[in-house]
Design a protein around this ligand. Sequence first.
Ligand code: ZN
Length: 373
Amino acid sequence: MTTGYVWHELFGWGDTGSGGLFPADPAVGLQPTGHHVAHPDTKRRLHELVAVSGLIGHLERIEPRHATDDEILRVHTREHVTRLRQESAQPKGGDAGDGISPFGKGGYEIATVAAGGAVALVEAVVAGRVDNGYALVHPAGHHAPAHIGMGFCLLNNAAIAVAHARAALGVRRIAVVDWDVHHGNGTQSIFWDEPDVLTVSLHQDGCFPPDSGHVTERGGPAAPGSAINVPLPPGTGDFGYLYAFEQVVVPALRDFAPELVVVASGLDPNAMDPLARQLVTSRGFRGMTEQLLAVADEVCDGRVAMVQEGGYSPLYVPFCGHAVIEALAGVKVLEDALFPVVGGMTGHDLAPHQKARVDEVAALVVSPGGKLG
Ligand code: ZN
């Protein structure tokens, strides 16, 4: 098993400004702070844990590059790119588009390396240079639709990589599994009318964006059934997420039979995350990865490319991401030092209202014969 790994020190230099979530504003009581909630330290700390634990010795480093304009414009509008470039050239940078997604001077160039990191990983997986891999990138991408950035996302890294695989690498059918705790709205909208790209998003019901990621969102007129949404109730833990994988994600992938699986790997369903209220631990992330690899072995020779999305707990994101990457590489080199705390919380077992939601989605999207409905 060869697992590719993308990281660049530049990702840790992403400047998210002095606001905490909204821009600092004394008039409404919003104080400046040293760490915006989307500060890249969570990802830098994950990389450092991968290095310090020795896991990095089991991985094949893949150098990211800048995504090209042509690669970016397969997914985004020229107007969006032009505006990001202009704001990125300002002395204090700008915002991705929704007023809560600040980036510093040169932030656009960092975002093109994040997108290029996802592209480089997908190229390596498709070419067979690695069996699977993890692109630990910043900033995240999955909230960005074609025309605007939002939710700390400038460019939709995973969507750019998917579009590249389809346009330049001869891959037709691709599934995107998004386990970020927030809805993968940008990716869903980019491939809304594309029958050969399946998007599956598991997220906390009604978390972000508002009024997005409903069970009823199933794909556009030309691609009915190509979007699947599993809005899990707040408080869902390891066994709720694993049940959703068993009942929805795995059957959907088996039926769709993609040639490549891309995972939008947000680590913010974790039990210590400040921007959501789910309870997933490293045990859950490891289990989801193992289920995904097993079905990918069945349908696409195990070709899985994971791209980092959100994750806002500096303490716990590293252990969750480390478990995912260990599972990809088929090794175990480190125990989760925080598991005695988060694993001991009640709420990991599948609760009836969580089961009901998953069963509702499963009945809608997967027929008794195992076919996508
Ligand atoms: Zn998120």
